[in-house]
Design a protein around this ligand. Structure first.
Ligand code: ATP
Ligand code: MG
Length: 562
């Protein structure tokens, strides 16, 4: 069962290949995605999800969805639900392996007792500050706690009392007895359990002691029979501890492998910062389309396959780096270009009256649904005397390179006719209407006499158009690395123009058929999708991305240089 795609094999898959060769885990490959339910998932998590579930798929192995829910105070049911929805939406499946670290609390407690009995753990009375003082620094060794040499008997008693609630929060902790002068600070008698009289989302009030991450995580992996425990680089110097616990208990021992986390330009990816943006109402909830959350990207119109593709292409490395947001958009456009139906919609309408067109006539014009996909076929669009075009597509006094509509000029109305502007009507200096004529000989948008026009613009029939609110999004931050600016608060770099709401848009009637989250292209304007807050009174549309492909331009420039 070798991974099929040899060309793009990353270092983790190479490790797995080697383990399969040496039969390290009897040919098994079993990974897990272990989110802490203290926030919504973001695109960085998507990288980890694609990696863990992807490896399981490639090797015919298994991947668990496991909630690392060992911290009762920050975790909520809402997050659990959203995480399940997001992983499923990305296209992955865990069968019956939806697991919770908290389900192992009894087992973890037993393991802790086992370590105490082996003389490898002790109860300490020092306060958090004292513990930190005794720990020493990277340049000075730590000192043993005065409680380090308690008898096994006494430790067992105290630990039992910690569990039954004899002590207040922070009065005691259980620590591993390793080495207070270890060069790796994580090994200086790390805390395994703390006292916290808090209710847990699943175990409710059963426990008032909770396991620390380093203690719990390896046990969760071990209990589930994980083979390769993949995590991000900041856990590299926790690995000796991960190994120490499992060796000390002499239990099944998975292998921890670290990879570089994904960072994206012009956004933040820390859950704490995302929470701050949501709670401070700088954005409209966790699924605000400007956020790098999976739910935000879904609402914005990103497809799961484009996110999976993005994750595949950025690869897996051992060094942290920053990926260009433009590259993510490039992956999104590439996918949407292939799959999106095209429509016409006018964001900032300007009324056009075709003077020589019959008053009550409505004509059906044939339009191509997706030039990238012949199977998508054609549709009919109504054309009539009164139409809307984009305000930007007309200039009264056009500069040299402006080829669109202008007084006296002829352009093509997409799929319909050649139209000539005859007169501009204004009210208080503002252009409110154009009077135009059409050439009936140019039906379909081509002149039999072979004359050409320099521009094609989109339009909708006023009588048939539906109204919509369209929301345009720009980057949420004005700088590439808002979290990395020394001495500043990341919120200082919020882009005040990140959301623009246009509420008098006119769109072609065919879009009535669309359902929430359906994706499509408005010709010349970009990719869009129906916002789930739409209802029968109000249609809300989000712009997913413009058609401008910045990434392709960057690539071209690079190529020209080389
Ligand atoms: P916190 O900010 O609370 O430490 P976290 O971002 O590490 O949270 P977890 O819920 O612990 O979030 O993450 C679940 C998994 O996703 C972990 O295995 C973690 O390594 C991985 N992960 C989190 N952020 C990224 C990222 N930016 N790139 C790749 N993987 C990530
Ligand atoms: Mg974490």
């Amino acid at each position: 069962m070798q991974s099929s795609n040899n060309a793009s094999k990353d270092f983790i898959r190479e490790i797995i290949d080697e383990d399969l060769k040496t039969n390290k885990y009897n040919g098994r490959v079993h990974t897990r995605f272990p989110p802490e339910p203290n926030g919504y998932l973001h695109i960085g998590h998507a990288k980890s999800i694609c990696l863990n579930f992807g490896i399981a798929e490639d090797y015919g192995g298994l991947c668990n969805l496991r909630f690392d829910d060992t911290n009762p105070t920050k975790e909520e049911e809402e997050y659990v639900k959203s995480i399940i929805e997001d992983v499923r939406w990305l296209g992955f499946d865990w069968d019956d392996r939806l697991l919770f670290g908290s389900d192992y609390f009894d087992q973890m407690y037993e393991y802790a007792v086992q370590l105490i009995k082996a003389g490898k753990a002790y109860v300490d009375d020092l306060s958090a500050d004292e513990i930190s003082w005794f720990r020493g620094t990277t340049t000075t060794p730590g000192e043993n706690s005065p409680n380090r040499d308690r008898s096994i008997e006494e430790n067992l008693n105290l630990f039992e009392q910690m569990k039954t609630g004899e002590f207040g929060d922070g009065e005691k902790v259980l620590r591993a007895k390793i080495d207070m002068s270890h060069p790796n600070l994580n090994m200086r008698d790390p805390i395994m359990y703390r006292i916290l009289h808090a209710s847990h989302h699943r175990t409710k009030d059963k426990w008032c002691i909770y396991p620390m991450y380093d203690w719990a995580h390896g046990l969760e992996d071990s209990i589930e029979g994980i083979t390769h425990s993949i995590c991000t680089l900041e856990f590299e110097n926790h690995r000796p501890l991960y190994d120490w616990f499992l060796d000390a208990l002499d239990v099944y021992h998975p292998q921890q492998i670290e990879f570089a986390r994904l960072n994206l330009t012009f956004t933040v990816m820390s859950k704490r910062m995302l929470l701050e943006l949501v709670e401070g109402k700088y954005v409209n909830g966790w699924d605000d389309p400007r956020l790098p959350t999976i739910s935000g990207m879904r609402r914005r119109g990103y497809s799961p396959s484009s996110i999976r593709n993005f994750c595949k292409r950025i690869g897996v490395a051992k060094v942290n780096s920053m990926v260009d947001f433009d590259f993510l958009e490039y992956c999104v456009r590439e996918d949407l270009n292939k799959t999106s139906l095209r429509f016409m919609g006018v964001l900032r309408p300007l009324k056009v009256v075709i003077e020589n067109y019959p008053d009550n006539k409505i004509e059906e014009i044939e339009a191509i649904n997706n030039p990238e996909d012949p199977e998508a076929g054609t549709r009919k669009i109504p054309f009539s005397k009164v139409l809307y075009i984009e305000q930007d597509d007309f200039m009264e006094d056009p500069p040299k390179k402006f080829y669109r509509l202008a007084p006296g000029r002829e352009v093509r109305f997409r799929y319909a006719y050649f139209i000539t502007c005859k007169e501009v009507i204004k009210k208080d200096d503002k252009i409110i209407e154009l009077r135009c004529t059409y050439d009936p000989e140019t039906k379909g948008g081509y002149a039999p006499d072979g004359r050409k026009v320099k521009s094609t613009i989109h339009w909708v029939s006023a009588e048939n158009a539906i109204d919509a609110e369209v929301r345009l999004y720009e980057r949420l931050f004005t700088v590439k690395d808002p979290a990395g600016q020394k001495g500043t608060d990341f919120k200082e770099f919020l882009n005040s123009d990140s959301l623009e709401i246009l509420n008098s848009c006119k769109i072609e009637p065919e879009l009535k058929k669309m359902k929430p989250l359906d994706r499509f292209q408005f010709e010349r304007l970009g990719y869009f999708c129906i916002d789930p807050d739409s209802n029968s009174e109000k249609l809300i549309i989000n712009r997913t991305a413009t058609l401008r492909d910045i990434w392709a331009k960057i690539q071209k420039k690079q190529e020209n240089k080389n």
